[in-house]
Design a protein around this ligand. Structure first.
Ligand code: MIC
Ligand code: SF4
Length: 639
C-alpha cells in the first residue's frame, strides 16, 4: 500500500508510538523556530529546565512581532533572545528582518525535515515539503533540549486540486473557500496534504498562503510536495542545493479526500469576528473602509506585494483610506526596492512598513473606534486589532488593493484584465539580518524578565466558583489579548495575567484573585487561534484550576496540560446550559479520578445536579498534568 508524503515525513522521524490516527506519537525535531512573543518564554523555560545544550541542528530566534520596540521592555526581550541564542547555537533574526514564517521558508526550509515553532502559523513551511507544526512554548523548550515532540497522530486528508485559478482569484480565496466549507473546526485532528493536477499551477508563495492559513481550520499542519516549483523558489533565493524532492507514492492511500476545483473559485471576504464567516466579495462590495492593510505571514510574500503594485501603479490611494503594506521579509523589501515596486507604491500613496507582524498582532495601525478595516491578513477575532468591538474584514491582496483605490470594498474583477505578477529572476540574497551564534557573551536579563513560575499539582478535591461562562469559539485573543500594551509582558507571567479576558470581562482578574480558586466554562473550540501560552499560564496564575469546555483547540489543550490546568470536556454538552456564572462546582476526588481513569464527577452546588466530564490523557500527559505541568514535573523528576 502506497504512502502519503505526510506518512513518510512522520515515519522517518518517529521515535515513539505507532503512526495510526488517534494514537500519541513522538517525532524528532530537525529545526526549531522561536518568536519574540512566545519564544522569549520558551528560552526562559529551556534555561529553567537545566538542559546543558540545545540539540536541534537548526534553531532560529526571530524578533518579528515587537519590531517597533514601542517600549524598552520589548528591547529587553530582544537583547535577551539575542544573547541566549548566541550562547546556545541559535541564529538570531534581527528586528526588521521579517516575519518568522516567511523568513524561515526563504532561508532555512529543507524539504523532508521537521520544524517545530512557538507560533501557530509554523505550518507555512509545509509549502516546502516539511512537516512544520506550531506548539506552545514549553513543548518548544523541551524540543530545544532534544526531546521529541508528542502529538496525536492526525488523520491525513488529501486535498485534490483540479483546474487553475482564474484572473483576480488568489490562493487566499482557496483557503477562505475551505474555511467557508469546513469552518474553524473543520481541520481538527487532521493534516491536509495537497496534490492533484491543479498543484503545479500554484507557485511557492501561493502554497505558503494556503499552508499558513490552514491554522485557521484548526489543522495540525498542511503539507505540499517538494517539486519543480519548490526547486525554482529555492534557486531564486540562491539555495538550489537545499532542494530535494518529496512526494507521496503514486498509489498512496489517505484517511479522506476533499476535491477542490480551482477554476470554480471566486474572490471571497471573511466578515468581522471569525475567519470562517466567509461570503463572496459581491455581498459586501460598497462597504466603506477607513483602513486597508496587506501583509502578515499569510499575505506578505513577493507575490502579494507585486500583485498589489500592479493594481495601484499609476493610480492613487483613496483620500479616506490609510493603506499600509507589511512586506514579509527584508529580502522581499530589498527586492521591492531593486525591482521598482517600492517606488510605485510610495508614489501611489501607500505606506510601506518595516517587515514585521505589526498590525496583525495589534501593534500599530489600530483602527479608530467604529471604523471598518479591510485586511489581507489571517485573523479577525474580535479585539485583535487593538480596539474593542472592531470591524475587521479579511480578503486577498488584490481585493485589498482594489478597495484601497476606491475607499469601499471592491470586487477586483471590476478592474478589467489582471496584469500578470512576474517573479523576479532572483530574490535579494542578503543575510545581514541574521546574527550567527558563536557560543560567547553574557546573557543580560532586563528588569521586565521575571522567573518562570511553576504550576501546582492537581488538588485531591476541589470546590470553586465558575468565574466566567463563555460560548463557542473563544480564541486565545479573547483569553490573553495581543496588542503592544500586553505583548510587552510576555516574559513576565504575573504582569500579563492582569490582562486575561481584557475585552471579554475586564473584572475577571480581580474576581479570580478574590476567589483564590476558580473554574472557567467554555463551549466549542475553546482556545482556538494562536499558540500563546499566556492564555494558559495567565489563568493558571490567577488560580483557574479546571477549564470545562465542549471541545478544545489542539495547541491550547496541550498548553493547559503543560501548565497543570485540567482541561475537562462535558461528556454531555447539554450540561453546559445548566451552569451559570458564580455557581459553585464540586469535584470530589478529582486527583484520584484523573489518576485512575477518564471520567470526572462534578456537582453543581446551586442546583444539586451532577454531571460528568471527561479528560482523556495519554500516560505521559497524565503524569505531567498531575505534577502541575512540565516544569513542575521536570523539577520533581530531578528531585
Ligand atoms: C498570533 O498570530 O496570534 C501570534 C501572535 O503570532 C501567536 C503567537 C503568540 O501569541 O505568541 C500565534 O499565532 O501563535
Ligand atoms: Fe505574526 Fe500575524 Fe503571522 Fe501571528 S499571524 S505570526 S502575528 S503575522
Amino acid at each position: 500500500m502506497g504512502k502519503s508524503l505526510t506518512r513518510k515525513l512522520i515515519e522517518s522521524h518517529l521515535v515513539a508510538g505507532k503512526a495510526q490516527a488517534g494514537d500519541e506519537i513522538g517525532i524528532t525535531i530537525d529545526q526549531v523556530l522561536l518568536t519574540d512573543t512566545n519564544g522569549t518564554m520558551s528560552w526562559l523555560q529551556f534555561e529553567a529546565m537545566g538542559f546543558p545544550r540545545a540539540v536541534p541542528g537548526r534553531i532560529v530566534s526571530y524578533a518579528d512581532h515587537n519590531v517597533y520596540q514601542v517600549d524598552s521592555r520589548n528591547s529587553d526581550d530582544h537583547r535577551y533572545m539575542q544573547a541566549v541564542s548566541r550562547k546556545y547555537g541559535a541564529v538570531f533574526s534581527k528586528p526588521g528582518n521579517g516575519i518568522c514564517h516567511q523568513v524561515h521558508m526563504e532561508s532555512f526550509s529543507v524539504p523532508g525535515q521537521t520544524l517545530l515553532g512557538s507560533d501557530s502559523h509554523t505550518p507555512l513551511c509545509g509549502a516546502a515539503g516539511m512537516l512544520a507544526i506550531g506548539a506552545g512554548g514549553l513543548d518548544v523548550a523541551a524540543a530545544l533540549g532534544g526531546a521529541p515532540y508528542f502529538f496525536q497522530m492526525p488523520q491525513v486528508v488529501r486535498v485534490n486540486l483540479t483546474g487553475a485559478l482564474r484572473a483576480w482569484v488568489t490562493a487566499k480565496d482557496v483557503i477562505l473557500a475551505l474555511l467557508r466549507r469546513l469552518t474553524v473546526r473543520g481541520g481538527t485532528g487532521k493534516i491536509f496534504e495537497y496534490g492533484g493536477p491543479g498543484l503545479a499551477t500554484l507557485v511557492a508563495a501561493q502554497r505558503m498562503t494556503i499552508a499558513n492559513m490552514g491554522a485557521e481550520l484548526g489543522l495540525t499542519t498542511s503539507v505540499f510536495p517538494s517539486d519543480d516549483v519548490t526547486r525554482s523558489f529555492l534557486t531564486r533565493l540562491g539555495r538550489g542545493e537545499d532542494w530535494r524532492p518529496a512526494a507521496p507514492d503514486d498509489d498512496a492511500t489517505y484517511d479522506d479526500q476533499i476535491d477542490l476545483d480551482l477554476s470554480a473559485l471566486t474572490p471571497l471576504v471573511a466578515l468581522p469576528g471569525s475567519p470562517d464567516r466567509v461570503v463572496p466579495v459581491e455581498e459586501v462590495a460598497g462597504t466603506a473602509v477607513e483602513q486597508v492593510l496587506v501583509g502578515s505571514c499569510t499575505n506578505g510574500s513577493w507575490h502579494d506585494m507585486a500583485s498589489v503594485t500592479d493594481v495601484i501603479r499609476g493610480r492613487h490611494v483613496h483620500p479616506s483610506v490609510s493603506f499600509v503594506l507589511f512586506p514579509g521579509s527584508h529580502k522581499i523589501l530589498e527586492t521591492m526596492a531593486r525591482e521598482g515596486p517600492l517606488t510605485d507604491l510610495i508614489t501611489a500613496g501607500a505606506t510601506v512598513s518595516e517587515s514585521s507582524c505589526g498590525a496583525c498582532a495589534g501593534i500599530g495601525h489600530v483602527p479608530a473606534a467604529g471604523a471598518k478595516s479591510l485586511r489581507a491578513f489571517n485573523r479577525n477575532f474580535s479585539g485583535r486589532s487593538g480596539v474593542k468591538d472592531d470591524q475587521v474584514y479579511l480578503c486577498s491582496s488584490v481585493v485589498a488593493a482594489a478597495s484601497a483605490l476606491t475607499g469601499v470594498i471592491t470586487d477586483p474583477r471590476s478592474l478589467g484584465a489582471q496584469p500578470e505578477a512576474a517573479l523576479p529572476p532572483r530574490f535579494a540574497s542578503s543575510t545581514v539580518g541574521f546574527v550567527a551564534p558563536d557560543g560567547g557573551g553574557e546573557i543580560v536579563r532586563g528588569p521586565n524578565i521575571k522567573p518562570v513560575p511553576l504550576g501546582e499539582p492537581v488538588a485531591e478535591s476541589l470546590e470553586a466558583p465558575v468565574l466566567l461562562k463563555l460560548g463557542d469559539k473563544v480564541s486565545t485573543d479573547d483569553i490573553s489579548p495581543a496588542g503592544s500594551a500586553v505583548l510587552v509582558f510576555r516574559s513576565n507571567v504575573p504582569a500579563i495575567a492582569e490582562f486575561c479576558f481584557k475585552y471579554v470581562d475586564p473584572e475577571f482578574p480581580a474576581r479570580a484573585k478574590a476567589a483564590g480558586r476558580g473554574i472557567i466554562v467554555g463551549g466549542e473550540t475553546y482556545g482556538q487561534g494562536s499558540s500563546r501560552e499566556a492564555a494558559a499560564h495567565g489563568p493558571m496564575f490567577l488560580g483557574v484550576a479546571p477549564v470545562i469546555a465542549k471541545s478544545f483547540a489542539r495547541i491550547h489543550r496541550t498548553n493547559l496540560i503543560n501548565w497543570g490546568v485540567v482541561p475537562l470536556l462535558f461528556e454531555d454538552p447539554s450540561a453546559w446550559a445548566g451552569i451559570e456564572r458564580d455557581d459553585r462546582l464540586r469535584l470530589p476526588g478529582l486527583r484520584a479520578q484523573l489518576a485512575g481513569g477518564e471520567r470526572i464527577t462534578i456537582v453543581n452546588t446551586r442546583t444539586g445536579a451532577g454531571f460528568t466530564a471527561t479528560c482523556v490523557l495519554t500516560p505521559r500527559e497524565r503524569e505531567i498534568l498531575l505534577a502541575g505541568g512540565i516544569l513542575a514535573h521536570t523539577r520533581a523528576g530531578r528531585a
